[in-house]
Design a protein around this ligand. Structure first.
Ligand SMILES: O=C(O)CCC(=O)C(=O)O
Length: 262
C-alpha cells in the first residue's frame, strides 16, 4: 500500500502514523487463528515478574510462522515501510504480545532505540498490528508524538523479567485505538507503551521492525534477530503466497478452534 504524502509527512514530523483497516477481514481472521495456534502450542512466554498477572511474549515469529514471514514481505507492507523510511529495507525483528483477559498487564514506556541504538531515530520503524480490536480498556498501543529526537533515560523495568523502561506521563500520550487489522507505524525514537487488559477478552498485537540499511549506523547487532537472508523472493510472489496462506490458515484453524478461542 503506497501511503499518501500527508501521511508520510505526518510520520516524518511526529514519528508515528496510524492506519486503520490496513489488513482485510480475511487477513485479520488468519492472523487471529495464527496467534491462537502459538498460544495453544505454548510458544508464548510470560515475562511478567508478578505471578498473579501475565504479559505473554512470543519472539521471534520468523522461524515459527510462515504466515507472518510472508506477510512481512508483501507489497503493501514493504511499500508502506519504504514510503516512511526509504529503501532498501531489511526486517530485523518480529514479536507478539498477548494480554489475557483481566490478567494481562502493561508493557512499560520505552523507545525501541534504547535497544537498537541507531544514530538516526527515523531510520527504522516498528509496524504494530492490532490482532484484536485495541482499546484503552484492553491495553491499546499508546505513543508520545513529536518526541523521537529527544533522549530518554531508561532503567530495568521491575514489571518484566528483561525489559527496560522510561518515565513518561500518560496524560501526554496518544492512545491508538484500532479495530483489528489496523496498524501503527512508529519510528525507533518514538516512546510507546501499552496498558493493562481490564476486559473479558484477550488482546494481542504483533510488532515487526524494519530498518533502512543505508541509515543504520550504530545499530546494536546483538538485537538483530537471525533471519533467513537467503529469502530473496519478490513482493509480488509474496502477495500470491500470502493470500494462499491466509485461506489455508482460515480453513485449518477454523476446523480446530472455536470462535471465542481466536
Ligand atoms: O503489544 C504490546 O503490548 C507491547 C508492544 C511494544 O511495546 C513493542 O512492540 O515494543
Amino acid at each position: 500500500m503506497s501511503l499518501p504524502t500527508p501521511s508520510i509527512q505526518e510520520f516524518h514530523a511526529s514519528g508515528k502514523l496510524v492506519v486503520h483497516r490496513f489488513f482485510s477481514d480475511d487477513e485479520v481472521l488468519a492472523m487471529q487463528l495464527e496467534v491462537a495456534r502459538w498460544l495453544n502450542e505454548g510458544m508464548f512466554r510470560d515475562v511478567s515478574t508478578n505471578p498473579a498477572v501475565q504479559n505473554l511474549q512470543c519472539i521471534p515469529l520468523h522461524p515459527r510462522s510462515t504466515l507472518f514471514q510472508v506477510l512481512s514481505r508483501t507489497t503493501k507492507v514493504v511499500s508502506a515501510v519504504q514510503n516512511l523510511v526509504g529503501s532498501p529495507i531489511v526486517k530485523i525483528l518480529d514479536q507478539s504480545f498477548y494480554k489475557p483477559a483481566h490478567s494481562g498487564i502493561a508493557t512499560s514506556w520505552h523507545t525501541d532505540n534504547a535497544y537498537f541504538q541507531m544514530s538516526d531515530p527515523l531510520g527504522g520503524l516498528a509496524m504494530w498490528i492490532a490482532i484484536h480490536d485495541a482499546s484503552r480498556e484492553n491495553g491499546c498501543l499508546k505513543v508520545l508524538p513529536n518526541a523521537f529526537n529527544k533522549t530518554f533515560a531508561h532503567c530495568r523495568d521491575p514489571l518484566s523479567d528483561h525489559h527496560i523502561r522510561t518515565e513518561i506521563h500518560d496524560k501526554d500520550a496518544l492512545y491508538c485505538e484500532l479495530e483489528a487489522g489496523g496498524v501503527v507505524f512508529f519510528c525507533f525514537g518514538t516512546p510507546h507503551a501499552t496498558g493493562d487488559n481490564t476486559t473479558d477478552q484477550p488482546r494481542a498485537g504483533v510488532g515487526i521492525h524494519y530498518v533502512n540499511t543505508t541509515r543504520m549506523d550504530g545499530l546494536n547487532a546483538e538485537r538483530w534477530q537471525q533471519l533467513d537472508k537467503s529469502d530473496s523472493r519478490s513482493s509480488s510472489e509474496g502477495d500470491v503466497e500470502f493470500s494462499t496462506l491466509v485461506q489455508e490458515t482460515i480453513s485449518r484453524g477454523s476446523a480446530h478452534l472455536k470462535p471465542q478461542e481466536y
